[in-house]
Design a protein around this ligand. Structure first.
Ligand SMILES: Cc1cc2nc3c(=O)[nH]c(=O)nc-3n(C[C@H](O)[C@H](O)[C@H](O)COP(=O)(O)O)c2cc1C
Length: 219
């Protein structure tokens, strides 16, 4: 086994940091936001994930204060659109560092679709989207307590959009959506095959604790 402390990486052996190639595959938070002045923004964030299934909370992390997190903090709203195999090129184009106020939707040739509960629109061509309201903002610190400059924005899901074609037998079909995920370097993964594993008997529901929590809450 190779072992090293992150700051002592052998740069001959590993010219590129390995961390981003290890915590994989990372779902892509394709986040749209709108400033108070109405400027529209869309960008991919792979430091993104679901954080809680009830209430439904997602979070994305910005390595420095970028427009998506500034706008989300300013207005308390954002949307997430699923990045898919069909939209991979457009997703990548939306990571361009455009001047503030220039919309990445237009830059990538993407149409907007209106949201219902929040102002920022979602990506019309994406098969699934979440409307979110900001619940918490966390400034990241390192082990010495020093601010890293990174910011994590948490948001509660207040609306869900699904294209009919991805809904099968009361479930969303991962293979029909073909989500893409970030691996290391310039690599990505695409979901083309899934497998199932039943959870060991725990007395709870087959979908785990949060599902039971929802049921108890009458939802
Ligand atoms: C697939 C992908 C994932 C990315 N993930 C992140 C991320 O997690 N955090 C981050 O700060 N930047 C990330 N970036 C870079 C941002 O998308 C890029 O800096 C973008 O210009 C930020 O836009 P904004 O300033 O409009 O928010 C990623 C880029 C790509 C292509």
């Amino acid at each position: 086994m190779i072992f090293f402390e992150p700051h002592k990486r052998d740069r001959q052996l590993f010219p590129h940091d390995v961390f981003k190639g290890l915590v994989i595959p990372r779902p892509i938070g394709w986040v749209s936001t709108m400033s108070r002045a109405g400027e529209l923004n869309l960008a991919p964030y792979s430091y993104f994930n679901g954080m809680s299934s009830w209430p439904q909370i997602v979070a994305f992390a910005s390595e420095s204060p970028k427009d998506s997190c500034s706008f989300a903090i300013e207005t308390g709203e954002f949307t997430w659109s699923m990045a898919t195999w069909d939209l991979r090129e457009q997703m990548n184009l939306t990571s361009a560092g455009l001047p503030r106020g220039e919309s990445e939707f237009a830059h990538a040739g993407l149409a907007t679709a209106p949201s219902r509960m929040v102002k920022p629109p979602r990506v019309a061509a994406s098969p699934a989207a979440l409307e979110c309201k900001v619940t918490q903002v966390l400034e990241l610190k390192d082990i010495e307590g020093k601010a890293t400059g990174g910011v994590v924005v948490f948001g509660q899901v207040v609306g869900i959009h699904l294209e009919e074609r991805i809904v099968k037998d009361g479930k969303v079909d991962a293979v029909a959506m073909k989500p893409i995920a970030r691996c290391g370097y310039h690599d990505y993964a695409v979901v083309e095959r899934v497998f199932s594993l039943a959870r060991p008997e725990s007395g709870g529901s087959a979908f785990g604790g949060p599902e039971s929590k929802q049921k108890r809450a009458g939802r």
